[in-house]
Design a protein around this ligand. Sequence first.
Ligand SMILES: Nc1ncnc2c1ncn2[C@@H]1O[C@H](COP(=O)(O)OP(=O)(O)OP(=O)(O)O)[C@@H](O)[C@H]1O
Ligand SMILES: [Mg+2]
Length: 235
Amino acid sequence: MQDVILQTVNLRKSFGGLRALDNVTLTVRRGEIHAVVGPNGAGKSTLLNVLSGALSPDDGAILFEEKPIAGLRPHQIARLGLVRTFQISNLFENLTVEEALRAALACGRLRSTNLDRLRELLERFGLREQARRRAKELSHGDRRLVDLALAIAQEPKLCLLDEPTAGLSPPETARIVQLLLDLKAKKQTLLIVEHDMSVVRALAESVTLLHQGQVQFAGTVAEIASSARFQSIYG
Ligand SMILES: Nc1ncnc2c1ncn2[C@@H]1O[C@H](COP(=O)(O)OP(=O)(O)OP(=O)(O)O)[C@@H](O)[C@H]1O
Ligand SMILES: [Mg+2]
């Protein structure tokens, strides 16, 4: 059995009377791509916010490499190797792509100032020609590539991605899918929230279905299509 990198147990988070996460128990294994799917408002982004420390859970446990991390601050969690994609729109508007990547490398788990690593990332993510441009000058598609590059620059043990293909054209989506497959080939563990089931099928082996804050299905991608809960929710 592959070993477990992340385990949540009965995770709960409410906003007023609304249960956004209602006893969410989920296991992510090292080296896999685990997809979280579910309709709008299911609690998917809340789950990522709680895992990354942007929000504190009301109850329940989060074990990352067997260490309890619930309630730690986002930078403490990132240092341990659990990284969520940056929202460059907020953070890096006025930095160039290269400056932002240098910052991510320097803040990452390895605190790297290695220029070869910077060049390799620019090359791998097809951002060499954009290196001197400011994030705010980039197309939406290039910004999503920078989001992903900034997360990977931190050398995460587990990377959390919230709808990495949202708003992208089919060729841009294919590019992101290929980059994620390349990461998978390098044994990068990913937890990905994704609406597009064709993307889920292309990438993931395990999938968790959330609906109204509750886990409705957990199993393999092959199994989910025949799950009655999946069929009734997705119709
Ligand atoms: N900060 C907040 N304050 C109040 N309610 C919130 C907050 N964040 C999320 N919610 C509510 O919690 C529920 C779950 O939201 P969440 O954003 O996690 O859903 P989601 O599965 O990511 O949906 P989508 O597919 O639309 O991105 C929704 O009803 C949402 O309105
Ligand atoms: Mg969301």
